[in-house]
Design a protein around this ligand. Structure first.
Ligand code: UDP
Ligand code: MG
Length: 320
């Protein structure tokens, strides 16, 4: 029977873990009893360098019930890296892994649908939100702008799919082949291929604690997403540069003509404006180029994406 791992990154989640672990355990036990998943299936919490008692709670859960696995990262590496660390650990044990958030915003009732699709032979199953009514207008607006931007920029992401998804062992092995340090899973996973499917679910509100994605992190996530996947911004800048250069050539011709005709060019405003305008554009262009150079620099260094401090794992295989 199939061993399924749930992989949950946790950063300062002491308020939600007791409830989350309880709900997930009930679901997993029910699935085991009905013979849908193997008795060696696990709920793996990845502690992303939390500053509160998250890791203590995870170790305690593991001590009480070997169904809980704990993966302790040596320091905070952010949601994407923590999730990746969990998935890469799961890959060695599980036939498939489902990733979800600790705050249960991803409707846990959908877990069974993911597994059904997996049993039908799908390798990657994406969770897609059916509504966004629980989000603030701001979050909804920024999220949609983000998906639009991503698609315009050429990254093949699925709208309203976050990181609630199932991946089979071979999909995870495929994912492991992507060595990039700047990790943007939503963009990489569609590149892996295989047969995929979608599960629709309703996203709930976070039931306790605060969002760990303030605006600043959301913005850097968006920049990361775009620049990790496309070189379009650079091409756009080349295009813009060409366009502006053509205009300046035309202007030069125009001014030469009126100079020859004896009209004097009045005012220095145009000159000042163009100096500032061009200066601004150049800085913008340099900024975008710098972004890519910075990325290259990070990739070239081949730094580890995460360091696992300890793993709490114990088999709970009973007779099958
Ligand atoms: N998270 C993490 N490391 C971080 C930030 C967040 O592992 O540096 C985890 C967090 O514990 C949660 C998930 O990522 O399980 C999503 O975070 P959150 O619910 O705060 O984001 P939101 O739902 O507000 O976008
Ligand atoms: Mg959340």
């Amino acid at each position: 029977m199939n061993t399924i791992w749930l992989v949950i990154p946790c950063y300062n989640e002491k308020e939600v873990l007791p409830e989350t672990s309880k709900q997930l355990r009930v679901i997993m036990e029910d699935l085991m009893n009905r013979g849908k998943i193997g008795s060696d299936s696990k709920i793996a919490f990845v502690n992303d360098g939390s500053k509160d008692t998250t890791w203590n709670i995870i170790s305690q859960l593991h001590d009480e019930n070997p169904m809980f696995v704990g993966i302790n990262l040596a320091h905070n590496r952010g949601h994407q890296n923590a999730l990746f660390a969990g998935l890469m650990t799961a890959k060695d044990y599980a036939d498939a892994a489902i990733s979800l958030d600790a705050d249960l915003q991803d409707d846990v009732a959908a877990i069974e649908q993911f597994i059904d699709k997996f049993l039908e032979g799908k390798d990657i199953v994406y969770g897609v939100r059916s509504t966004r009514e629980t989000d603030t207008v701001f979050k909804r607006g920024t999220a949609h702008a983000f998906y639009k931007l991503m698609n315009v920029m050429g990254a093949d992401t699925l709208e309203d799919h976050a990181d609630y998804r199932l991946m089979s062992k071979r999909a995870l092995e495929g994912l492991a082949e992507y060595k990039e340090v700047n990790l943007f899973l939503r963009g990489i996973v569609p590149m892996i291929g295989f047969e995929t499917d979608v599960v629709y679910y309703k996203r709930n509100e976070r039931f306790a604690g605060e969002s760990k994605y303030p605006l600043k992190k959301m913005l850097s996530f968006a920049v990361e997403g775009v620049t990790s996947f496309s070189v379009k911004p650079i091409r756009m800048i080349t295009g813009l540069g060409f366009f502006l250069f053509s205009i300046s050539v035309l202007l030069l011709v125009y001014f030469l003509v009126i100079w020859v005709m004896g009209h004097t060019v009045e005012g220095w405003t145009t000159i000042v404006i163009s100096v500032w305008g061009i200066g601004g554009l150049q800085l913008l262009a340099l900024g975008v180029i710098g972004e890519y150079i910075g990325k290259t620099y990070m990739e070239v260094k081949h730094r580890p994406r995460y360091i696992i401090e300890s793993v709490l794992y114990q088999e709970n295989r009973v007779e099958e």
